[in-house]
Design a protein around this ligand. Structure first.
Ligand code: AMP
Length: 621
């Protein structure tokens, strides 16, 4: 194979992938020519649940094992990361939460007993690594022998060594073990900032931690870490499942809801509800247990969810306070907050963490993938790869402002590389308008009602002028952090105003794709609607012009011509009420032909006025 084979830009033996070996999920990532990406087999998912089921002397790993977790609890192992490098004494608390059998072995170690055999946590983790590696190889179409593996910042030497050993057992050369928060910060390119304090808030399925990193040069030092090894999305699911159970028992007091099947159904439904409520104010659910004659539907609101989980989210903030206290820092000292873990998508979590640190959060990279991506970048650099890809290098969705009739005028189009700056001139449509609303939107559709509002501000104090005369220059600037600033200046008077917004607005790649797809789906109907609005605006402007110039018209046109114009104006007025943009345009063109001599007269008059204006301005700046 040659250099650049399959787009990774590295020779075959030089690839070093990054692996996030997680408590709940694991995945691999690497850097391609177009940038870093989680590795998934064609058509498959990058994320592998860190769950294994022992069957017929072999292991079932990932999604399938996750399904078997409640159905074959005695053969299924999960959360093995909690056992890595620990002895029985360390594990007293952890073992209470694990349904499978973990027993002391020689030299203070523990072994997991499953299917009549005993395995060290390293061996079991190695099975996850082998599975992730095989999928990475499938995705890349070539063998992989080296990896960077991530561990929590609080892992001690024994735990790190155990992770390294798991890699070795899986036949991988573990080139480096790096901290998960460091990897997340690298994924956001924060190592290139040289100095500063970074907080990494990681709320996954089963664990929570917050780490404070001090950056000096390109090296991150962990100043402090805090957390709760038994707090995460699973607990949120349990609370929702508890509420579902309560509701079910209200309508079916005799229901038997503690069987593995019922528990699994409640837990799965609860998780779906929770995930739905990250995007919607309420959601519908159905619970069916045919054997017990139960088929119940209901609505779950985000408000109920938030009431249930609020105490747990508060507990994460206690840790945030603690991690700052330990490092002798204040929330205001933190320059960047990076969000990691699937549960960090929850709106309540984002709101509370944003308020706590008093700043926008880094949420643009998929929080399930951000650690693996950082590890992939680290591996790429260790393999001698260059960092001339820019992270978050493109603007995912177009940015623009609302213009007359609710149309969306894009200033920066999707996939423009950042930093980016674009300006465009707009004007007023109303005589003597002294203020202009700048309403900022993100999206791909033609009308702002189908786009996402990012913020608004008003440019005030424009001196009264005829419509069309003010020159409002609107400038969009997106910096390297993806922060959008919008400013507007009326150039004749120098009046100005500005606002700063975060354009990514927490959209996931999937959401961005949906928005893109909708734009394509509606393209033709949007375009027709947009043209209709534009032609109506144009017709109004033409009518205003004719009205203003009517005395001139009477001087240069015959009574017959004037009558014809008036009749055609009525036709246009009628047509503008309909929905046919092509027909409207046709009638407007006809009106245009009839009023051409008049337009010529107006233009020369306007040109004279402009000249006079210019002369006045230069005389009296
Ligand atoms: P992780 O351990 O980082 O893979 O996170 C997994 C956890 O994130 C699980 O509890 C998921 O239910 C949860 N999760 C994933 N997506 C969302 C979402 N959109 N809203 C809320 N929780 C989510």
């Amino acid at each position: 194979m040659t250099d650049g084979d399959r787009g990774t830009g590295k020779r075959e033996n030089e690839i070093i992938i990054g692996i996030d070996l997680g408590t709940t999920n694991s995945l691999a990532a690497t850097v391609f020519e177009h940038g870093p990406e989680a590795l998934h087999p064609p058509g498959g998912n990058a994320i592998v649940p860190s769950v294994l089921t022992r069957r017929d002397g072999g292991w079932i790993v990932g999604e399938e094992a996750r399904e078997l977790r409640t159905l074959e609890p005695e053969n299924t192992v999960f959360s093995v990361k909690r056992l890595m490098g620990r002895d029985e004494a360390d594990l007293k608390e952890a073992l209470k939460h694990l349904p499978f059998s973990v027993r002391a072995a020689q030299r203070g170690l523990v072994k997991v007993h499953v299917g009549g055999e005993a395995f060290t946590p390293q061996e079991i983790s190695a099975e996850i690594l082998k599975f992730v590696r095989a999928r990475a190889e499938e995705a890349l179409g070539r063998p992989v022998a080296k990896a960077v593996i991530t561990v929590p910042a609080y892992f001690d030497d024994a735990q790190r060594q155990a992770t390294r050993d798991a890699g070795r057992i899986a036949g991988l050369e573990v080139v480096r073990i790096i901290n998960e928060p460091t990897a997340a910060a690298i994924a956001y390119g924060l190592d290139q900032k040289q100095t500063g304090l970074v907080a990494v808030y990681d709320l996954g399925g089963g664990t929570f931690d917050i780490s404070l990193l001090q950056l000096s040069g390109v090296v991150f030092k962990v100043l402090s870490t805090h957390g709760d090894t038994h707090l995460g999305g699973d607990d949120f699911d349990m609370l929702v499942a508890g509420e579902l159970k309560r509701r079910l028992l209200e309508s079916h007091p005799k229901a038997e809801l503690d069987s593995p099947l019922a528990s699994q159904l409640l837990r799965k439904t609860a998780e779906l509800i929770k995930i739905d409520l990250s995007h919607a104010p309420d959601t519908q659910y159905t619970l069916e247990l045919p054997a017990q004659g139960i088929a119940e539907s209901g609505t779950f609101t985000a408000e109920t969810l938030e009431t249930l989980i609020s105490p747990l989210v508060e507990r994460t903030l206690v840790s945030c306070r603690e991690v700052l206290r330990a490092a002798g820092k204040q929330p205001g000292d933190i320059e960047e907050v990076v969000m990691v873990g699937g549960s960090s998508r929850m709106p309540l979590v984002r709101k509370k963490v944003g308020e706590f640190f008093g700043r926008p959060l880094n949420i643009a990279i998929n929080p399930d993938e951000v650690v693996a991506i950082g590890a992939g970048i680290q591996g790429h650099l260790l393999a001698g790869g260059r960092r001339d890809f820019v992270l978050l290098d493109v603007i995912p969705l177009s940015l623009g402002i609302e213009t007359l009739g609710g149309t969306f005028s894009k200033l920066i189009t999707a996939n423009t590389t950042i930093p980016a700056e674009v300006d465009e001139r707009f004007t007023t449509y109303v005589e003597n308008q002294t203020g202009v609303d700048i309403n900022i939107y993100q999206g791909e559709r033609e009308f702002v009602k189908d786009c996402r509002n990012l913020g608004r501000f008003r440019l005030k104090g424009i001196p009264p002028m005829p419509a069309g005369l003010p020159h409002v220059k609107v400038t969009f600037h997106v910096d390297t952090n993806g922060i959008l600033s919008v400013s507007a200046v009326e150039e004749r008077s120098g009046t100005q105003a500005a606002i700063e917004v975060i354009p990514s607005h927490g959209l996931t790649n999937a959401e961005i794709e949906t928005i893109m797809d909708q734009a394509v789906e509606h393209a033709i109907e949007d375009l027709n609607h947009r043209q209709l609005v534009e032609f109506r605006n144009m017709a109004n402007a033409v009518f205003r012009g004719i009205k203003l110039a009517w005395s001139d018209a009477e001087a240069i046109m015959s009574a017959g011509q004037l009558k014809e114009i008036q009749a055609q104006m009525d036709v246009v007025r009628e047509q503008a009420k309909g929905n046919d943009s092509v027909a409207l345009k046709k009638e407007m063109d006809l009106l245009g032909d009839m009023t051409r001599p008049l337009a010529d007269a107006i233009i020369s008059k306007a040109a004279l006025a402009e000249l006079r204006n210019f002369y006045d301005e230069t005389q009296h700046p």
